[in-house]
Write a protein that binds this ligand. Structure first.
Ligand SMILES: [Zn+2]
Length: 438
């Protein structure tokens, strides 16, 4: 098994001795202090946030763990306060669609230098799964400068790996045509879109040997299906725009991500108390960025659930491994006293249903859960609807010892262009509270 290429990359970029964990951690500590000073000097937000904290007195990781967190809400409230450079030096702004009633939008800023660091990570990250003999199709936005597809293409050019950026999946026929005509054998895309393409365009998809899934939680049922039906190796990438898109990628062991440890410092904390949890225990993923010019982030709470692996990866690297992300914290909703519904678990059941293309879960009342489903073969759907109802009711009975009534409602299959909306990270709707409170 090939060792993660991120190891060689991180050693080279940080200048540490090979396989020396202590040196890497000293490097990270030095970068942490640098980031704190840079942010406090240059960003109005961190001037306030770190006011009264004597940075010269920070000498241990325990001191770091006492620093305040940064939240998505902070960015939404005053994005420009995070800027460490004049606005004229910004090369890319990403506006994220976020739910909520405030009307404020999350804006993330990058300089060209920040974007080049992402290209560098994508270059080595992609070497985990491809080399110059492979031909890659990217089902992510790639038209504009600094978009994720655009950066990925630049990264693959460095290793002379063929890369075609298709964009989000809006036209299934065109996507299949591109695969066949260009002898594509690797796809990078959003989980539900890649699954959808594989279910409808089997002929084109049978050429695909490797898949890299990104931007949303990846249900195990999906990995299994791509694996069994097409013999695909399914790699997961973990990242978010706030990280500069990329955060970590799986090696050939396919058992969790190796992280961008030279550019980002990751922590896992208890979502309630905010204190660190031991390796192996799930909590909220928190990160700090290094060397970011436009908008450094310190102890940023991602809202994603993850855990560090306690064991060494089979690939033999000295880098840490983070277990696959378990979804979002706010996708676990209290049904009754100590009974919770977890979207991730429902998703595993729902996506195993072959005909299903999209769905929405709503908690209607204490004991009623509504599932809206869309299929692409309308003829057989009545039978399938019954199946879904039976499977989910059995799940609630078994898992929660509760009699929950599941209402399955069919929604018209959306046109493929509407499928673009499903890239928004899924959320359980809770009708028991006013919509605006969610
Ligand atoms: Zn590994």
């Amino acid at each position: 098994m090939k060792k993660t290429p991120l190891e060689e990359w991180i050693v080279k970029r940080t200048g540490i001795s090979p396989a020396n964990r202590n040196e890497l951690e000293s490097y990270q500590f030095k970068k942490m202090i640098e980031t704190l000073n840079y942010a406090k000097e240059n960003s109005p937000f961190y001037q306030k946030q770190l006011n009264g904290i004597d940075l010269e007195k920070i000498s241990t990781w325990d001191d770091i763990k006492k620093l305040p967190f940064t939240t998505g809400e902070d960015i939404k409230t005053e994005p420009f306060e995070f800027l460490c450079i004049p606005q004229s030096r910004i090369d890319r702004i990403v506006t994220l669609n976020t739910s909520g009633t405030s009307g404020n939008k999350k804006r993330i800023f990058f300089t060209d230098h920040d974007l080049q660091k992402t290209v560098d990570f994508f270059d080595y990250g992609m070497r985990s799964l491809v080399d110059s003999a492979d031909r890659v199709m990217v089902l992510l936005p790639g038209q504009s400068y600094g978009s994720i597809g655009n950066l990925l293409k630049k990264a693959l050019e460095r290793t002379s790996t063929a890369c075609l950026v298709f964009g989000l999946l809006t036209d299934l026929d065109a996507a299949e045509k591109m695969i066949i005509e260009n002898e594509i054998n690797c796809i990078v895309g959003i989980p539900i879109q890649v699954l959808y393409l594989s279910r409808i365009k089997k002929d084109g998809f049978k050429r695909i040997e490797k898949v890299l899934l990104s931007t949303d939680y990846v249900p195990q049922a999906m990995v299994k299906e791509l694996n069994q039906k097409f013999g695909c190796q399914v790699f997961n990438h973990y990242g978010m725009t706030e990280m500069g898109y990329g955060g970590g990628v799986e090696c050939e062991a396919l058992n969790g991500y190796h992280l961008r440890e030279g550019d980002l410092y990751f922590e896992i904390v208890d979502p309630v108390s905010g204190s660190s949890v031991p390796d192996g225990v799930y909590g909220e993923i928190v990160f700090t960025s290094f060397n970011r010019e436009a908008m450094p982030l310190i102890r940023y709470r991602t809202g994603d659930i993850g855990a560090f692996s306690r064991t060494k990866c089979q690939c033999g690297t000295f880098l840490r491994t983070m277990k696959k992300v378990e979804g979002r914290i706010n996708n676990r909703i209290q049904l009754q006293d100590d009974v919770f519904v977890d979207l991730k678990e429902l998703e595993e059941i729902l996506l195993a249903v072959e005909e299903l293309v999209d769905y929405q879960v709503t908690i209607k009342e204490k004991a009623i859960v509504r599932i809206e489903v869309s299929f692409y073969h309308d003829e057989q759907s009545e039978e399938t609807e019954k199946q879904i109802k039976v499977r989910l009711e059995a799940y609630f009975q078994e898992k929660c010892r509760l009699s929950i009534q599941v209402e399955v409602e069919r929604k018209q299959l959306q046109k493929p262009d509407q499928l673009v909306n499903s890239m928004i990270k899924r959320k359980i709707r809770d009708q028991r509270v006013a919509e605006g409170d969610q």
